[in-house]
Design a binder for this molecule. Structure first.
Ligand code: AMP
Ligand code: GLY
Length: 424
């Protein structure tokens, strides 16, 4: 019987653990560092997700059969490389192949040379040259820090003054540290954003149904960007023709492009796309499951996640392992007051058991939660809980999720009321 270690501490990792522990081959799932949602056969291990040595030691000491990387910073820190060097099975990209997410310059340059459709761009190390180029493009223009900046390193500049401020913030003031040593200036794309996910064993890939996240904090896509306020899948408004095109012009060339560069990709490739009519362009590549997309996918996946991920690691991914229940899945994120800015922690949470008791189709995943010294469940992050539901129609899934949301409480709780409603 197998033991699995999941690396990360958010709702995504709880959803992965929830699904992994359902496998008839799995006895225990450890989550490092996990959160207040771990219970029963899902156990927290207090190791940070970039503490490579401690993670390897834990895996060896506890005879872990598979390690699953949730968080890209773990891959960037070399956790996958270290596991491989120690002969341990690990699902996730190496330091080399995670660059498709962690370096926007690497990613955009690869897209250009593999002819993957994306916004026209240039990159700069000199703020003056960046400013001159940005001002030569039609506005708005998008300014991005090269490296990881927790989703905040992308600024859409509507006018010349905003261009100056964006370049100043990223390059001169180094608001995102060394992530801003290089900036990308790219054309603004309009349309509908969608998320695609594909599992890869390095040769074979399996593409998931499309999903959509809702990135802004307020309904109607207003306010600042967040990690993601809710998601749903599949998307009725994306045709099979467009899906085929995404596979052919985005996913396959990205995987073969990485292979060509000596960075064979084993893991979950998640391109964020902009769809304008039937015109598809890549906004970015991520090298992991989306959060909160994973929470929805785990509700819809019918195959055995442990067997699927192990097959990826051993280079024997079979598309027949992956199947999906019919109907729809949704996730509504419950966030702390003030998020994505400053927020208070340690607030008591109640109503989760009541919400889940409403209907077997409702599952609440924990994100930023923990147990306090009295054993009470309290808030510990910006995105606190993920209320998921499945239904035979999207409307039914949403009705269940929002009914569950009404029963959950913590002070200042905020959420979007328009998850699953395609903005116009
Ligand atoms: P990224 O980290 O590159 O995906 O950017 C974060 C968010 O910024 C995306 O999810 C989009 O909402 C927005 N964004 C990024 N690039 C562009 C672009 N070229 N045009 C319009 N919006 C963009
Ligand atoms: N859903 C946004 C992200 O995972 O980056």
């Amino acid at each position: 019987m197998a033991k699995v270690l999941v690396v990360g501490g958010g709702g995504r990792e709880q959803a992965l653990a929830w699904k992994l522990v359902q496998s008839s081959s799995v006895t225990t799932v450890y989550v490092a560092p996990g959160n207040g949602g771990s219970a029963g056969s899902v156990k927290n291990v207090s190791i940070g997700f970039t503490d490579t040595e401690a993670l390897v030691a834990f895996a060896k000491d506890n005879s872990i059969d598979l390690c699953v990387i949730g968080q890209e910073t773990a891959s960037e820190a070399g956790v996958v490389d270290a596991f491989r060097e120690n002969g341990l099975a690990v699902f996730g990209p190496t330091k080399q192949s995670v660059r498709i997410e962690t370096s926007k310059v690497f990613s955009k340059d690869m897209m250009a040379s593999e002819r993957i459709p994306t916004a026209t761009y240039k990159h700069f190390t000199d703020p003056r040259a960046a400013r001159t180029y940005a001002n030569s493009r039609s506005l708005p223009v998008v300014i991005k820090a090269d490296g990881l900046a927790t989703g905040k390193g992308v600024i859409i500049a509507e006018n010349t003054q905003a261009v100056d401020e964006a370049i100043d913030t990223i390059m001169v003031k180094q608001a995102f540290g060394s992530a801003g040593n290089i900036v990308i200036v790219e054309d603004f794309l309009k349309g509908q954003e969608l998320s695609m996910h594909a599992l890869s064993d390095g040769t074979v890939s399996v593409v998931f149904p499309p999903s959509q996240d809702h990135k802004q904090i307020f309904a109607g896509d207003r306010g600042p960007n967040t990690g993601g306020m809710g998601a749903y899948a599949p998307l009725d408004w994306v045709s099979n023709k467009v899906l085929g095109e995404i596979k052919e012009t985005v996913i396959e060339p990205a995987l073969s492009g990485l292979k060509k560069r000596g960075s064979t990709f084993v893991g979950c490739l998640y391109p964020g796309l902009m769809l304008d009519g039937s015109d598809v362009k890549v906004l970015e590549f991520n090298a992991r499951f989306g959060d909160p997309e994973a929470q929805v996918y785990m509700r819809l996946l019918e195959g055995d996640l442990y067997e699927i991920l192990l097959a990826c690691v051993h280079g024997r991914l079979d598309p027949n392992l992956v199947s999906w229940r019919s109907g729809y899945g949704v996730c509504v994120v419950l966030a702390s007051a003030g998020y994505p800015g400053e927020y208070q922690k340690g607030l008591l949470i109640d109503g989760i058991a009541e919400a889940e008791a409403l209907d077997k189709d409702i599952v609440v995943f924990h994100a930023g939660t923990k147990r306090n010294e009295n054993g009470q469940l309290v808030t510990a992050g910006g995105r606190v809980l993920n209320v998921t539901a499945i239904g035979s129609t999207l409307e039914q899934a949403l009705r269940k999720a929002y009914k569950a949301v009404q029963l959950i409480h913590f002070e200042g709780m905020q959420y979007r009321e328009d998850i699953g409603q395609r903005p116009n």
